[in-house]
Design a protein around this ligand. Structure first.
Ligand code: FPP
Length: 247
């Protein structure tokens, strides 16, 4: 029985988020420059998107470039931005065929104009796609996002549009960049690092975390299926007891 066949259809997570990590180490292991790892990481992105769509995952969010990544050497940043433009140009048609809809979260205005324009074009090309909702986090960090949400809410309070008593869990969620996405049930991180690195901190309050030692360029649809099978064997209690869940 293949891993895909083991997946229980009515227990699928609706939203999977992935911290794609290990491109640099993957390249170094082969005596190559870090950029080579990023280039090969694109094949993993393609495989995961196709596999997620194939089994009916509704939302997939990929952490492609963090706020902190701006601190990397300029030539790596330039190569990553170039790779983004190239990947969007090359992959949009394929994404359309796979019925994928695209959105971006993060401080988009901080990206080079060429990246912004390509993203805008691709988002528009894919706007009517009925399938997988793909979100790419670019120049994103959860603390940036939460800070922006707090500023936004503070402005609404100052203008008398809302009362501080009306600030709820839901209102905060609505002011995040992921306002119309469900919280991820499953968060995957590759490369053996067991941390969250400023990704979706608010949204993952009750997510199941799955860490794998596979480096991102080695990660494929089969690995996604393995993570989903592992998730489906867990008991999600949301603070309740096992007994309460049974009854
Ligand atoms: C983390 O590995 C990976 C990144 C910072 C970039 C991810 C980008 C891609 C997979 C390619 C383009 C993406 C899209 C959506 C088309 P790392 O460089 O931190 O690896 P290391 O921890 O081994 O150094």
């Amino acid at each position: 029985m293949s891993l895909k066949d083991k997946i229980i259809e009515n227990k699928l997570p609706s939203h999977i988020a992935i911290i794609m990590d290990g491109n640099g180490r993957w390249a170094a292991l082969q005596g190559k420059q870090r950029v080579y790892g990023h280039e090969n990481g694109v094949e993993s992105v393609r495989s995961v998107i196709e596999s997620a769509g194939e089994i009916g995952i509704k939302y997939l969010t990929l952490y492609a470039f963090s706020t902190e990544n701006w601190g990397r050497p300029q030539d790596e940043i330039n190569a990553l931005m170039g790779l983004l433009v190239e990947s969007i140009a090359n992959e949009t048609e394929n994404l359309k065929e796979n019925k994928v809809k695209l959105r971006v979260i993060g401080d988009v205005k901080s990206l080079p104009l060429e990246v912004q324009k390509k993203l805008e074009w691709s988002i528009n090309e894919l706007k009517d796609s009925p399938g997988l909702n793909l979100t790419i986090a670019l120049s994103y960090s959860a603390r940036w996002e939460i800070t922006e949400a707090i500023k936004n809410i503070a402005i609404q309070v100052k203008e008398g549009l809302i009362d501080p008593d009306e600030i709820t869990d839901e209102l905060i969620s609505k002011n995040l960049t992921t306002a119309d996405l469900p919280d991820p049930e499953l968060l995957i991180r590759t490369s053996g690092e067991n941390r969250i690195s400023n990704f979706l901190l608010w949204q993952i309050a009750y997510s199941e975390l799955y860490f794998t030692s596979k480096l991102w360029p080695d990660f494929r649809g089969e690995d996604l299926f393995e993570a989903i099978c592992n998730y489906q064997n867990r008991e999600r209690r949301f603070g309740k007891t096992s007994q309460q869940l049974v009854s």
